[in-house]
Write a protein that binds this ligand. Sequence first.
Ligand code: MN
Ligand code: MN
Length: 301
Amino acid sequence: MDEEYDYAKLKDAGKAAYEALEYSRKVVKPGMTLLEIADILEKRIIEKGFELAFPVNLSVNENAAHYTPHASDATRVAEKDIIKVDLGARKDEYLSDCAITIGLGESTSKMIEASEEALENAISLVRAGRQVNEIGREIGKVAEKHGFRPIRNLGGHGVGRDDLHSGVFIPNFDNGDTTMLEEGEVIAIEPFITDGEGMVRDGELLQIFQKTMDATPRQNDLRAVSEFIDSRYRTYPFALRWLQKEFPRIGEFGIRRTLNELATRGALESFPVLVERKGGMVAQSEKEVIVEKEGCYIVTR
Ligand code: MN
Ligand code: MN
């Protein structure tokens, strides 16, 4: 880990995200739109003087991850929904990432508890020298003990300075990867548990994007959008609805044209909604930690 790494800033970003996440328990109620909830939670983080590490994700039921509402999203929270609230704050180039699952019906409470227990057990295993597959094995074991499956093609990840997903992959089952955690490394652990197949596929909805390199379209409108992305979001993930708010005159069609052009040039990454392959319900719990010699420090607390 580099010498100038500022753990204090990381911890600040972690605290801000955790506070917003806990606040979401009071906010999310049947009848609300996902758009209202996302707005409230994003404002909460911004009002504390932080940037958003990424758009607030509100993935409902069989949607496991990467659902953020679109500008005219009328989706409302229903009585029995199981909602993954996944959010993060950014202070300079330090990023936090954490998630809880809110179950409004009784039927999914066991699955949510299993994801929480899996996360807790996984965190208790973290220390320098721990193999990532040992963590995955524990997550898988807890899922199965409760009669569920871990999602095998989703997992935790290293959190780099300036890069939300970098370095190590933390599996949700024993995938045989014996990579060892290192002291000072920052990782997010996120068990995903389901009563479905235990795999996700790419869905169709595309609302979250991230610029990956410099590229500026020539046409005026398109250039304005692209330059705004560069100055405001740089290479951090952003939501289409954020741009729509900024450029009402250009509108969704024009903004999508900009994004398409950037994608054609290989300068844009997009994040489709990830959907459980058999349509199973999904629960997720996530915390970010700093690996220590004999344990870990929880950043999102
Ligand atoms: Mn997350
Ligand atoms: Mn994550």
